[in-house]
Unconditional design. Structure first.
Length: 244
């Protein structure tokens, strides 16, 4: 088997690849042969999902989903295809150059694409000051909470790896505390979110802005999925089976 394995933290992210995907499904094989795992939020969950994909025969791995901007020039919907995934303590993994370039060429004409570094954080960076500090200290364009773990599993098994992350909140956006709190269990708990909004109705305006950003990001993720350049089969055909 020569399938691409995709790790998405949230069902909503995974469903840009196939609308039939559900959180309860352990692994889903979509029409082009790609295997998709919905992991939940955070590195521990992403690592488990990546290992399951490798065990199921995945020959390459993708970290798929949304990210927060650290670079102030980035807006919601921008596609981040990083050259490098880093941790806050200096760990670093380079992504597969030819695969990344193929994907960038396929989507760059319609959507803004940025490379550079992607920071994986152990916690949500939810304030403007926190984002500015992370940008200054790491030079990363964006931040997520899973990609480093997927990169680690790929490196352990000598598999090609890329991250596909679309910006949802800009460097100037504050994440509402109700949203951050509702996500601490590894997935968005809507009951907890509603309770948080009841306690802090001031978060409602910020949540509406975030929802608008989320729609833009979802459209960009769907555009990447439609490009046909994500699967290892398409890339092998384009590059004579070379995807490293």
């Amino acid at each position: 088997m020569n399938a691409t394995g995709v790790v998405a933290a949230l069902t909503a992210e995974a469903r840009t690849l196939d609308s039939a995907i559900r959180r309860r499904d352990r692994l889903t094989r979509i029409e082009d042969g790609t295997l998709v795992a919905v992991s939940g939020i955070g590195c521990a969950a992403a690592a488990l999902a990546a290992r399951a994909l490798v065990d199921a025969g995945a020959a390459s791995l993708v970290s798929w989903g949304m990210a927060g901007a650290l670079d102030p020039s980035l807006r919601a919907g921008a596609i981040c295809l990083p050259d490098e995934v880093i941790s806050g303590d200096g760990e670093s993994f380079v992504t597969a150059h030819h695969w990344r370039e193929c994907l960038s060429a396929a989507v760059g004409a319609q959507r803004p694409v940025v490379g550079g570094r992607l920071l994986t954080s152990t916690h949500a960076i939810d304030t403007v000051a926190g984002k500015a500090c992370a940008f200054r200290d790491t030079g990363a364009a964006a931040v997520d909470m899973e990609s480093l773990a997927v990169a680690q599993i790929a490196a352990t098994h000598a598999l090609p790896f890329i991250a596909v992350r679309v910006i949802v909140d800009s460097a100037a956006d504050v994440l509402p505390e109700s949203v951050v709190a509702a996500s601490r269990a590894g997935q968005v708990q809507f009951g907890r979110l509603i309770a948080g909004l009841v306690r802090s109705p001031v978060d409602i305006a910020a949540l509406i802005r975030l929802a608008q950003r989320h729609r833009s990001a979802t459209r960009s993720l769907a555009a990447v999925a439609r490009s046909g350049a994500l699967s290892s089969g398409a890339l092998a055909e384009a590059h004579g089976s070379r995807i490293a």
